[in-house]
Design a protein around this ligand. Structure first.
Ligand code: DGT
Ligand code: CA
Ligand code: CA
Ligand code: ZN
Length: 582
């Protein structure tokens, strides 16, 4: 955990304690500690082994030292977790709304036991906020506006959504004569699962002198969907799109383009570490160039490649730039060869019209073959998913037969007969073992009872993993990005069991799922658990979403060896029966 996340948890704890009506001294101690850690020049992780140094930080006493130890060793703060359990994580969103401080939130909670955005919005609409002490109709209106703004402005967007916008803007820019390159940097280029604002870098003669740039800006603001201009400077224009996404467009001379790409791709943590390295080697690094410290002579700037090379580093792919050890690895020529989309030989999570998909077996298989895959699997739902018309034992066996008959008729691609079977509340499966045994592969997924305790969920998943018919755990945390949190369980215990039983974890490439996430994928790799990257396609057009899965895998430093569906078809078939390659 870095200082920023620790400070964040402490701030949140302070806010929650205030909502909870605890004494102001205690609340202040958490805020003071958060401020102190935020302002610290070095990482608290580096100090924690020496309690004297930590206690020397103003605002940090024995109790807080204990909290810091807990956070650094357990990755959580129990008081924070306790408060979140009492008030739900949605309380934190509420606290971020302009003008909704802990005191007002506490007032609303005590009167109505409501602690989420939707709930408060409804109360305001129904005129129930004005009935609270010291509140009036004006407050209510302001609150509604603030909730609207919060949603619009504080929002993050799915990578897939941000990409579409970025492409439109880049096209619009390139329509203008004298624009040579228009490339998105920032979190989008790093392939983060969600993106807050777009950072687009532009170069070409049109970025040359001031007059030219003014004309280019005039062109930019004609962009369809542009809602408001936020800032208009010499080298930059910022605006907001309909739907709330903010965009920063920067104009650059060609000799700085690489330096700017490097800087604005980030991450901030990566940049800070890279700049420190530059200083150590006698250079300064900024968004304009890499230059010698003594005489300011520029040594690199046109391309990212020359910057990394001048810093005696192998080129670091954008997905790895999160300050997670990539600079060390690049120095030692030890960066992994990241998995690519081309490495994938198949996609083995797909639905058809037999349950909730939109296409037939043949259509799905042909689309997969079209993509160049050597194999694919049909994995329709089981009966517990009633709204999806899930299969019972009898229909499942019929479906296997249908899949195999189709497979015999189709050339150039192997169709595996599989199933996405529901994991029931107790960890048993929704279909009989005698049916599951007949499958080429079995994906087991949680689609119900998301609210079990972490203990129940852990036991549930461990039981599933022990079932010898299970090949893969599907979308293993159940999260829906920006909508539904991951269900809680002991990831370590589950990954250990998965490694022991040779049950793979899915990386579901669907852009609003993308679980396992990068952090969990790294954990999986450490445990020796193999990954399968799947699209969970319900339509032939969904198969292209595989690239989001590949991006996430690359962010986790995965290589082709870590991913089972890079294997040739026969080898993959064995891997689905617990025979993994070394
Ligand atoms: P986002 O927009 O929240 O999804 O994430 P980013 O990474 O796109 O962040 P953003 O848009 O604030 O900034 C773009 C890049 O600019 C960021 O990845 C690194 C660089 N950057 C921004 N602020 C700083 C800073 O204070 N120091 C350094 N070294 N780099 C920064
Ligand atoms: Ca950004
Ligand atoms: Ca930005
Ligand atoms: Zn599913």
């Amino acid at each position: 955990m870095d200082n920023k996340s620790i400070a964040g948890i402490l701030y949140e704890t302070a806010d929650l304690l205030e909502v909870d009506g605890q004494d102001s001294f205690r609340i202040r101690s958490y805020r003071n500690a958060a401020e102190a850690i935020e302002a610290l020049p070095q990482q608290i992780t580096d100090l924690i082994e020496d309690p004297k140094q930590v206690l020397a930080i103003p605002g940090i006493g024995k109790g807080m030292l204990h909290n810091l130890n807990e956070m650094l060793h357990e990755g959580r703060l129990s008081l924070h977790a306790e408060m979140l359990k009492k008030y739900r994580p949605s309380m934190l969103d509420l606290l971020k709304v302009q003008g909704l401080g802990p005191k007002t939130v506490a007032l609303i909670w005590s009167a109505y036991q409501v602690c989420d955005l939707e709930g408060v919005e409804q109360l305001a609409r129904e005129g129930k906020i004005r009935e609270l002490p010291r509140m009036g109709e004006k407050h209510e209106q302001k609150l509604l506006k603030a909730i609207e703004d919060y949603r619009r402005i504080a929002g993050r967007f799915l990578l897939s959504v941000a990409e579409i916008q970025a492409e439109k803007i880049a096209e619009h820019l390139k329509d203008y004569p004298g624009v040579e390159r228009a490339i998105p940097a920032g979190s989008l280029r790093r392939g983060r699962e969600t993106v807050s604002d777009l950072d687009i870098l532009v170069t070409g003669p049109a970025c040359g002198d001031d007059g030219e740039r003014e004309k280019l800006i005039e062109h930019i603001i004609k962009l369809p969907g542009l809602m408001e201009i936020i800032a208009r400077g010499e080298n930059k224009v910022s605006f907001r799109l309909r739907g709330g996404m903010q965009v920063d467009v920067r104009f650059l001379p060609p000799e700085s383009f690489g330096a700017a790409m490097q800087y604005f791709t980030g991450s901030k943590g990566h940049n800070v570490a890279l700049r420190q390295r530059a200083l150590k080697l006698g250079y300064t690094l900024n968004e304009y160039s890499l230059a010698k410290l003594d005489d300011q002579q520029v040594v690199a700037g046109k391309s990212e490649e020359e910057i990394y090379a001048a810093l005696k580093l192998d080129y670091i792919p954008p997905e790895m730039r999160e300050n997670c050890g990539e600079i060390d690895a690049a120095e030692k020529h030890a960066l992994p060869r990241l998995v690519t989309e081309k490495d994938l030989q198949g996609d083995v999570h797909m639905h058809t019209i037999e349950t909730d998909g939109r296409n037939t077996i043949v259509e799905m298989a042909e689309a997969a073959r079209e993509r160049g895959y050597k194999y694919m699997a049909i994995t329709d739902h089981s009966k517990n998913l009633a709204f999806a018309n899930g299969l019972d034992d009898v229909r499942a066996v019929e479906h296997i037969r249908r899949i195999r008959t189709t497979g015999e008729k189709i050339e150039g691609i192997r169709i595996f007969a599989g199933i996405e079977v529901d994991i029931l509340a107790d960890g048993s499966l929704d279909l009989s073992d005698s049916v599951l045994e007949q499958m080429d592969l079995v994906i087991a997924s949680v689609h119900s009872h998301f609210n079990q305790t972490a203990e129940e969920m852990t036991t549930r998943l461990l039981k599933t993993i022990e079932n010898p018919n299970v090949s893969i755990i599907g979308h293993p945390t159940g999260r829906i990005l920006l909508r539904r949190d991951a269900y809680a369980y002991d990831m370590d215990a589950v990954l250990q069991a998965a490694a022991r039983n040779k049950v793979a974890m899915e990386l579901n490439a669907y852009p609003d799922r993308l679980d396992l996430c990068d952090r969990h994928l790294r954990m999986a790799k450490q445990h020796g658990v193999k990954i399968v990257i799947n699209t969970d396609s319900h339509h032939t057009s969904h198969m292209e979403k595989i690239r989001y899965g590949v991006l996430q895998a690359r962010r986790a430093w995965l290589t082709a060896e870590d991913v089972l569906n890079t294997l040739p078809v026969d080898r993959f078939a064995k891997a689905m029966k617990h025979d993994w390659p070394e």
